[in-house]
Ligand binder design. Structure first.
Ligand code: NI
Length: 253
């Protein structure tokens, strides 16, 4: 089965047809979906999604763009949610120096604080990192050694991917790998072992070709698997089988 390791079905773009769309996943070969958290408001919606759909698991975390209002009480709330059976990870958390919504110090503080919560609860983490390669690596080395992690929507060099693989982390690959201008990510996929790759959509964003620019969904993951298969010279079925195994190890599913 295909596992989508990173989706946002709580997003309002799915409000008009969420139930119908999620009802079509099994027929599309999509077996499990992990819905990543982004804002405080997303947590309740994600909990509800995991209750309504047996094949949806959740993650709770605060995206680096949104950490401004966080308090220790929110960390306690996160801990309570992490005790639920279907909350499988902390995320997405990290650093985003592209949008630069919050100061770098504030982003680092809450990235580290959320990593500490994940470690305390023995949960894997979903890492968001944009234009912040060096600081992310530094914090992962210092605060996430030995933890299970996925570097979601990976956008950095082959060398850094190899470092993360050595640290035991997974690399999240989605629609971007099908884009014509994604030479860097294609090289990463070629160079790292298939045992370190997981499939993801980040839907509603980043739909693969030939749907680029449209609303994304897990139903398009076969296009991503196909591209990875082509780059690695293996069958699409092998990509789906191995990434399922990887995703299950990552999240303990
Ligand atoms: Ni995301």
């Amino acid at each position: 089965m295909i596992i989508d390791t990173h989706a946002h079905y709580d997003d309002e773009q799915f409000d008009p047809d969420r139930d119908e769309l999620l009802g079509s996943m099994a027929a599309g070969g999509i077996g499990l979906i992990v819905n990543a958290g982004s804002t405080l408001e997303s947590w309740g919606k994600i909990k509800k999604l995991t209750e309504d759909y047996p094949f949806i698991y959740g993650a709770v975390g605060i995206h680096p763009d949104e950490v401004g209002g966080l308090t220790e009480e929110h960390m306690s709330e996160m801990e309570r949610l992490l005790d639920l059976d279907k909350i499988a990870a902390v995320g997405e958390i990290g650093l985003d120096y592209y949008w630069d919504n919050e100061s770098h110090d504030m982003q680092k503080k809450w990235f580290i604080r959320q990593l500490e919560t994940a470690r305390k609860k023995d949960m894997p983490v979903i890492i968001h990192s944009r234009d912040a390669a060096a600081d992310t690596m530094d914090i992962m080395r210092k605060y996430a050694a030995g933890m299970r992690a996925v570097i979601h929507c990976y956008s950095y060099s082959v060398e850094m991917a190899e470092e993360y693989v050595k640290m035991g982390y997974y690399i999240g690959v989605g629609g971007v790998v099908t884009f014509k201008n994604s030479k860097k990510l294609k090289n990463v996929v070629k160079e790292i072992p298939l045992t370190s790759i997981v499939l993801e959509t980040d839907c509603p964003y980043l739909a693969p070709e030939p749907f680029r620019g449209k609303r994304n969904s897990s139903l398009y993951l076969p296009y991503v698997a196909e591209k990875i298969a082509e780059l690695k010279g293996v069958s699409k079925e092998e990509v789906i089988r191995q990434t399922e195994e990887n995703s299950r190890k990552l999240y303990g599913l």
